[in-house]
Design a protein around this ligand. Structure first.
Ligand SMILES: Nc1nc2c(c(=O)[nH]1)N[C@H]1C(S)=C(S)[C@@H](COP(=O)(O)OP(=O)(O)OC[C@H]3O[C@@H](n4cnc5c(=O)[nH]c(N)nc54)[C@H](O)[C@@H]3O)O[C@H]1N2
Ligand SMILES: Nc1nc2c(c(=O)[nH]1)N[C@H]1C(S)=C(S)[C@@H](COP(=O)(O)OP(=O)(O)OC[C@H]3O[C@@H](n4cnc5c(=O)[nH]c(N)nc54)[C@H](O)[C@@H]3O)O[C@H]1N2
Ligand SMILES: [Mo]
Length: 656
């Protein structure tokens, strides 16, 4: 007997792959959903969820820290203990002494119901911002009042070219590749503005190298030339609220200064300008890497301005694409309302803890592994030790789970079902079905939180809320069923709406602020990217550390990936390596400039890089011991403001 059901990869990835699970004689396999036009193949990160669900490393029972080890306990005892700790915390210090930390482990809608239990308890402390795209989103909101949407159908049909501003789509968004080929087939071109020749830059027809954090300056140069040469779209002034002030600001800028900060020779920048005009309309595809700077919001604000001057409002396919709200159709009435709430910036919340009153005495972590993925992870680990009771809900014993007191085993999406997810790229939603019966004692997150509520004597039934949410979505007339469990919606496109307009930037990244103070919402001044002068090619001069996402795994979920190199590869420009006396394949030691963190790496000399920075894959153990916990406007995480000292490692041998 075989059974086929619909499901979707839960990963935080724009592609949001829609899958069909076929169960034949107890064996399950995953394949792409036949009715979904954008995800017609699956990558290993989706299909390994079978292996991950069945893996030996799965947590299958609640665990309580017992000295140096762990002791299994029943759900009833686990919920009792958790509830007792919560009661004690509430009675002594009030709701704000409970903290819920949630991040990007699963994009399924039901996860948004979890904080309802804290809301029913009077509130809690939560994080604000994300480790992901909140700086870029801030820049886009400054520019457009919202994060603008351009559907992939529009890009495919109308774009004459695609410019990736540091988006490494070939590794991090592979399902866009057929669309790129389609644009090429129509005579269009694909290009990248990058700090290195990424897989995407190598795939493209053109590649222009920019200095890390230099995109805002480059975009400003291009805007200035467009206005001076009278090559702007005729309607841009009608769409920009502050066109006169913007034109005056451009007029005041020094082109040599802009190009120096962009790190691009004038001829190359003019070549890019000519390319933009030739392949009009060009879709500006922004990346996450280029907004991981203290000036990350300005990077996007200026790219937005460039798109407006080039005619994004008049010509379909000329807009800016970044992410978009994958939960736009989540029924808002199910969002919890917090009577009391304290929000700490996600990138540096641990630094705020000593100043917090009331202090945090109970921490609950869901869908996240901050001890691997958050910046300055050694300091974070120390701060966690000072929180008296910590609960982590996950599938496996991650670094974060191992640092907690109570670890609760969560079902994977394959064991859960009747849930929904959207995508931050395409306009389809999926209603998932259960594929496996849950392993051991694992429970879906909603059930785990309902049990906690019940032990507290609260009547917050999240499973019931999830059923109501499901019914509401099934009845949503905006959703058109286009295949089993697959729904399409006519998502409005910002660029086509009559009243859409823009506020163009009147500032550039500035020098001065070292970013160690927390920036507040609305603060827009930010430092200029640090520039290493050509004469400082010495070993005690730290290098900027830029960490990048890779094809093999999503975020910190790399433990099940086979064939990763024994030491991570660290890329450096040839001049930098030569002047420092390092050779290809050599084992180097990276040390965090702030005195924290150490990591051994193998050197790869990469002639596509510029001076002053090194590139390391993100998501491996130890990488974030090297990064600095800073907060960028929009409550983003400017990982790329971190610097490392690089020396020859005395330990490991060079690679053969
Ligand atoms: N396979 C895979 N797919 C993923 C993920 C994953 O880990 N693995 N993660 C998912 C998630 S959560 C996210 S947020 C996205 C990330 O998706 P991407 O934005 O594609 O990934 P990043 O590696 O953060 O950044 C992309 C590129 O930005 C470049 N870059 C860095 N600084 C600058 C700069 O100042 N200017 C310019 N022009 N370029 C710069 C880097 O060299 C890098 O190649 O991918 C999602 N998809
Ligand atoms: N240095 C550096 N650090 C980075 C980045 C970078 O570029 N450089 N990128 C940043 C970005 S873009 C992001 S989005 C963050 C990601 O940061 P996190 O969201 O903390 O990332 P993950 O490592 O994917 O951790 C998610 C955890 O959720 C668990 N999980 C998955 N599904 C479920 C579920 O249904 N229920 C429960 N309870 N758990 C589940 C997984 O097992 C995993 O342990 O990392 C950031 N960290
Ligand atoms: Mo992300």
């Amino acid at each position: 007997m075989s059974r086929v059901c619909t499901t979707a990869c839960p990963n935080d990835c724009p592609d949001g792959c829609v899958m069909r699970a076929e169960c034949v004689a107890g064996e399950v396999s995953l394949r792409p959903h036949e009715a979904h036009p954008w995800t017609s193949f699956l990558c290993a990160k989706g299909t390994t969820w079978i292996e991950r669900t069945l893996g030996d490393d799965r947590l299958t029972a609640p665990l309580l820290r017992d000295g140096a080890g762990w002791r299994e306990l029943s759900w009833r005892s686990a919920w009792r203990l958790w509830a007792d700790k919560a009661k004690e915390t509430l009675d002594r210090f009030g709701p704000l002494s409970m903290m819920h930390y949630h991040h990007a482990g699963s994009l399924y809608f039901s996860k948004a119901l979890l904080p309802s239990v804290f809301a029913a308890l009077g509130g809690c402390t939560r994080t604000v911002g994300s480790l992901c795209g909140s700086a870029g989103n801030r820049g886009l909101r400054n520019c457009f009042g919202e994060v603008p949407v351009q559907r992939p159908e529009t890009t495919q049909r109308f774009a004459g070219g695609i410019l990736f501003w540091g988006r490494n789509a070939l590794e991090t968004h592979p399902h866009v590749v057929p669309l790129l080929r389609e644009i090429r087939r129509r005579g269009g071109e694909i290009a990248s503005v990058e700090i290195r020749k990424s897989a995407t830059a190598a795939f493209g027809d053109r590649f222009w190298r920019v200095r890390p954090g230099g995109d805002a300056f480059l975009a400003a140069f291009l805007c200035r030339r467009l206005v001076l040469e009278g090559r702007c779209s005729p309607a841009w002034r009608a769409r920009a609220r502050n066109s006169a002030a913007f034109a005056a600001f451009l007029d005041s800028l020094d082109e040599a200064m802009l190009l120096e900060n962009a790190g691009m020779p004038r001829e190359e920048a003019l070549e890019l300008l000519a390319w933009l005009c030739r392949f009009f309309p060009v879709t500006h595809y922004g990346g996450y890497g280029m907004q991981r700077y203290l000036s990350g919001h300005l990077q996007f604000w200026w790219i937005g301005a460039l798109a407006v001057l080039l005619g994004a409002f008049e010509s379909p396919g000329g807009g800016v694409v970044f992410g978009k709200d994958e939960s736009a159709l989540f029924p808002k009435e199910f969002l919890p309302l917090f009577p009391l709430e304290r929000r700490l910036p996600i990138a540096a919340w641990f630094r705020e803890l000593p100043r917090c009153s009331p202090s945090v005495t109970l921490l609950v972590v869901t869908c996240a592994n901050p001890l691997r993925q958050s910046p300055q992870s050694d300091s974070l680990a120390r701060a966690l030790r000072n929180i008296p009771f910590k609960v982590c809900v996950d599938h496996v014993l991650t670094e974060t789970a191992a640092a907690c007191d109570l670890v609760l085993p969560a079902a994977t999406f394959l064991e859960e079902g009747d849930d929904w997810r959207g995508s931050y790229w395409h306009n389809y939603l999926v209603r998932s079905e259960q594929v496996f019966s849950p392993r051991g004692q694992v429970l879906p997150d909603v059930k785990i939180f309902s049990g906690f509520a019940e032990a507290l004597g609260l009547s917050v039934d999240l499973e019931e809320r999830k059923r109501l949410m499901d019914a509401r979505l099934l009845a949503d007339t905006r959703l058109e069923c286009v295949g089993e469990g697959l729904y399409r919606w006519d998502e409005p496109e910002f660029w086509r709406l009559e009243d859409s307009c823009a506020s163009l930037p009147l500032e550039l990244p500035q020098s001065g602020d070292d970013g160690t103070t927390l920036s507040r919402e609305g603060v827009t001044s930010s430092p200029m990217p640090y520039i290493v002068s050509e004469t400082e090619g010495l070993r005690h001069v730290p290098l900027r550390l830029v960490t990048v996402h890779v094809a093999a795994y999503t975020n910190g979920q790399s433990r099940h990936v086979r064939g990763l190199p024994d030491l991570p590869e660290c890329r450096m420009a040839p001049d930098e390596a030569r002047e420092r006396g390092f050779a290809e394949g050599e084992c180097l030691l990276l040390q965090g400039e702030n005195g924290e963190g150490k990591m051994e790496v193998h050197l790869v000399v990469d002639s596509s890089l510029g001076r002053g920075y090194v590139i390391l894959p993100q998501g491996l153990p130890g990488v974030n011991s090297l990064t600095k916990a800073l907060v960028s406007p929009g409550y983003g995480a400017p990982y790329a403001e971190s610097r490392v000292l690089v020396t020859r490692s005395k330990g490991a041998p060079a690679r053969a």
